[in-house]
Design a protein. Structure first.
Length: 85
């Protein structure tokens, strides 16, 4: 699928990016937002952004987006299950 957006001529120059770099930045930021909001899995987000899972995880770290998110109850349940192993 292809989506077309109109980008003002000044945008690449103002951001000091080539069109290709701007396209990658838009895809990455979209993937980060969708992952953060729970709409994409980490695998879907890394594929969408054309990055390996490890590179996407690094981008998450850089943007302060948790890769693993547990509630206190979920963590307590995990630790309880592990204590019985």
């Amino acid at each position: 699928m292809q989506v077309t957006i109109n980008i003002p001529d000044f945008a690449p120059l103002a951001l000091n990016k080539t069109i290709e770099e701007l396209q990658q930045t838009i895809k990455l930021n979209t993937a980060l937002m969708l992952f953060k909001n729970g709409k994409f899995s980490i695998e879907q987000a890394s594929t969408f952004s054309n990055l390996s899972i490890y590179d996407f995880m690094e981008e998450c770290r850089y943007n302060q987006i948790p890769v693993i998110s547990y509630t206190k109850d979920e963590l307590a349940n995990e630790l309880e299950m592990m204590s019985h192993l």
